[in-house]
Design a protein around this ligand. Structure first.
Ligand SMILES: Cc1cc2nc3c(=O)[nH]c(=O)nc-3n(C[C@H](O)[C@H](O)[C@H](O)COP(=O)(O)OP(=O)(O)OC[C@H]3O[C@@H](n4cnc5c(N)ncnc54)[C@H](O)[C@@H]3O)c2cc1C
Length: 509
């Protein structure tokens, strides 16, 4: 039984089903019927790729695996049962002999006033679709506005966090708005302004310095304002107050300050390392030889750097999934188990257009060569849809970007503070409030505030934002009294209910 079909879970399922064939029943529990190739999400937000290109069908890619659609919200390690909520609100229960937890991570929050209400994260497909529409809308509204101040504010886009996600969002976003403005010129000749902030002294602070330099140079050449050593002190509907005292009028705040492990694992009552489930080098949960964890949600000892844990990257998650699959098979008498060990192969950062920054095997690359290596790497790494992705790239190279907003994902349906970034909230959808007595409902959608940033109160009302805000009000309150704290069966009995991310933000993450 594998919970979560991202990089780690997908690869566990694939490896195990290949090794064990029909001797083992592999069940994969995931809220969506696709594997999401997250590294290409900035290209979805910028209109380079259509969303289904980065969504690889689990049914097609894993034909021998039984897919169950749903979100685990109650793990009972004692009776070896996973309880979940299906896509239509139905409850289900699955028993297991071996369990692999690979539920990934969610947006990280910081206790900054106004951010939960006015910022959006970038961890799932709904957020990327929202951002694409939102940015398009801001440019269209700005072009139609007679007021230069409003126009300027709508044309200002602030990205917080200059890790690979923030850098790619800003790099692609700037090219996207540049192409939109060609079709919607601003009255006073105002140009889109992109700002990238980070409290760290350099962009890509966790990567090689040469990658940082390349990325910063490309961003600055394009006109992105890179402000290192700077962060947001407060966010409001009208803009942000920076910690250096500057105020920036904007309707767009993209929150890319990092991720935290999915709160589900915190509820297990097992030892954690910064919210990640502590496992041994064989990816086993100590004291539970039948339970494994891997990917962002697991703290896996880094045998290449003794004393530390592997980073939260796709590179590790993918390979850990392989090891988890092998080790589960070994526990059933098929093959031999092995410890997880991986030497960093370098990193690639897609800067949009033909540019990139990369250091494959430690060799620093920049410009079009890095761009080509980055795209080639992604194509090779994707477990499907390669021809479709390449076709979209080709079309993007010869045709102008499509500047239309479908408006299907609205601000209130992609709250920053959520444990389910893979799903968009829908008004009257399968009952947040019905589930877990309000725990899941904690999906506080910050509706009122964020919907307003879509274009004011009118937009919020028109798309049901106001309604959703009202409907969620109670749920939010219910969650804030601590789904995370009450649901786990305390005392480490091994039973976990889905933790509420609201509480995490209060804990100061
Ligand atoms: C925009 C972006 C760009 C990135 N670019 C790179 C990059 O270039 N290189 C790199 O190495 N890393 C990159 N990363 C990081 C990388 O994507 C993650 O480290 C990786 O996805 C972790 O894999 P995972 O399997 O642990 O989690 P995920 O891939 O997130 O998968 C988790 C899965 O679990 C499911 N799930 C969650 N909760 C539940 C539940 N309760 N029940 C059932 N299923 C559940 C989710 O729906 C999802 O399918 C990027 C991340 C982002 C957001």
């Amino acid at each position: 039984m594998i919970v979560g079909a991202g990089f780690a879970g997908f690869q566990t399922a694939r490896t195990l089903s290949r090794l064990a064939g029909r001797r083992v029943d592999v069940t994969l529990l995931n809220p969506t019927d696709y594997f999401l190739y997250l590294p290409l999400l900035p290209q979805v937000a910028a209109g380079v790729l259509e969303p289904r290109r980065v969504s690889v069908s689990l049914g097609d890619a894993l034909p021998r695996v039984r897919l169950v659609l749903g979100e685990a919200d109650d793990l009972d390690l004692e009776s070896r049962v996973v309880r979940y909520t299906g896509p239509e609100g139905d409850r289900g229960e699955l028993a297991y002999d071996r369990l692999v937890l690979s539920v990934g991570s969610v947006n990280k929050l910081l206790p900054v006033p106004g951010v939960a209400e006015h910022a959006h994260g970038f961890r799932g497909l709904p957020e990327a679709l929202y951002l694409r529409d939102h940015v398009t809308r801001q440019i269209e509204l700005a072009a139609a506005s007679p007021d230069p101040e409003t126009c300027r504010a709508r044309c200002t886009f602030v990205v917080v966090g200059a890790g690979y996600t923030g850098v790619e969002v800003a790099a692609h976003g700037q090219l996207f708005t540049r192409s939109l403005v060609k079709r919607h010129p601003m009255r006073a000749g105002i140009q889109p302004r992109w700002m990238l902030l980070d409290i760290a002294p350099r962009v890509l602070p966790e990567l090689d310095r040469r990658l940082s330099r390349t990325a910063e140079r490309v961003l600055r050449e394009r006109g992105v304002e890179v402000r290192t050593g700077t962060s947001v002190k407060e966010a409001t509907h009208e803009g942000v107050l920076l910690d250096d005292g500057d105020t920036v009028d904007t309707r767009t705040l993209v929150w890319c300050v990092g991720v935290r492990p999915d709160p589900l694992v915190a509820g297990l009552g097992q030892p954690l390392e910064r919210g990640r489930l502590l496992v041994d080098a064989f990816l086993n949960l100590p004291g539970h030889p039948e339970v494994y964890a891997c990917g962002d949600a697991a703290a896996v000892p880094d045998l290449e750097k003794p004393g530390s844990y592997t980073a939260m990257t796709a590179q590790h998650a993918w390979r850990q999934g392989k090891v988890a699959g092998r080790n589960v098979a070994a526990s059933l008498g098929i093959g031999r188990r092995g410890a997880y060990r991986h030497h960093d192969l370098g990193f690639t950062v897609d800067l949009g257009g033909v540019k990139g920054a990369a250091n494959p095997l430690g060799i620093p690359l920049s410009g079009p060569l890095a761009g080509a290596v980055t795209r080639g790497y992604h194509l090779a790494a994707m477990p499907g849809n390669r021809v479709r992705v390449a076709a979209d790239w080709l079309l993007d190279a010869v045709l102008p970007r499509q500047g239309v907003q479908l408006g299907l994902v609205r601000s209130w349906s992609v709250p920053l503070d959520t444990s389910s970034p893979e799903l968009a909230r829908v008004p009257g959808g399968p009952g947040d409030a019905d589930r877990n007595g309000g725990t899941r409902a904690g999906s506080p959608d910050g509706s009122a505030g964020t919907a307003a940033s879509d274009g004011g109160a009118k937009a919020a009302g028109a798309d049901g934002g106001a309604k959703a805000a009202g409907a969620d009000g109670g749920a939010k309150a219910a969650a804030s009294d601590g789904g995370a704290k009450t649901a786990p069966s305390g005392g480490g009995t091994g039973k976990a209910a889905r933790a509420d991310r609201g509480s995490a933000s209060k804990d100061g993450e």
